[in-house]
Design a protein around this ligand. Structure first.
Ligand code: ZN
Length: 185
């Protein structure tokens, strides 16, 4: 299976949630209940979500970031297993086209709340990537001012930046750094 074979909304949900925390930019994109509800709504999750759930969602976000930063498949798998257990993900096979039989995918069968659903869905999506392709497909941006999470679907699996902007900014920054070192030598 290739990661690009089918789009996985739960994988995108995992990435988007991790990237609401721009720790290195000191920017919290989920500062309050309204922002968290807007985030969930944008991902089609409309279960009840209250004030007490916000720290739980942020805790899940930190756990998911840990998977992207693990760097090595066994370590990443340990973290995913912990998430699957915490959010009681009970996978079931669902079919995208209702009555037809392809393509099928594993979805969580969760009876909990919004945070339980996100934890189970994101955990399962990351489990699929790890089992199919390994942790080398999961990464965080090498830009010191970004650190956004991404899934590397490139052929050679050597993605270092979340996007072309970070690659360009880092290359300009490195060029200036070299120029300053040269000038002061
Ligand atoms: Zn970046």
């Amino acid at each position: 299976m290739h990661l690009t074979d089918y789009p996985d909304p739960s994988l995108q949900l995992a990435i988007d949630l991790v990237n609401t925390d721009h720790a290195s930019r000191a920017r919290e994109m989920m500062p309050d209940l309204a922002a968290a509800r807007a985030f969930l709504g944008a991902h089609g999750i409309d279960d009840a979500f209250g004030e007490a759930d916000l720290p739980r969602l942020r805790q899940l976000r930190a756990a998911l970031r840990g998977v992207f930063e693990a760097g090595e498949t066994r370590a990443a798998a340990e973290r995913v297993n912990a998430i699957l257990a915490s959010y009681r993900a009970a996978p079931k096979i669902t079919f995208c086209d209702g009555d037809g039989d392809a393509p099928a995918r594993l979805e969580p069968d969760v009876c909990g709340d919004a945070v339980d659903y996100v934890g189970a869905a994101a955990g399962l999506a990351l489990a699929r990537v790890l089992c199919d392709a390994g942790a080398e497909r999961l990464g965080v941006c090498s830009s010191e001012t970004c650190r956004d999470a991404f899934v590397d679907v490139s052929k050679n699996c050597r993605k270092r930046f979340c996007g072309s902007d970070c690659a360009r900014i880092t290359s300009v920054r490195n060029f200036r750094k070299r120029a300053r070192t040269k000038a002061s030598a």
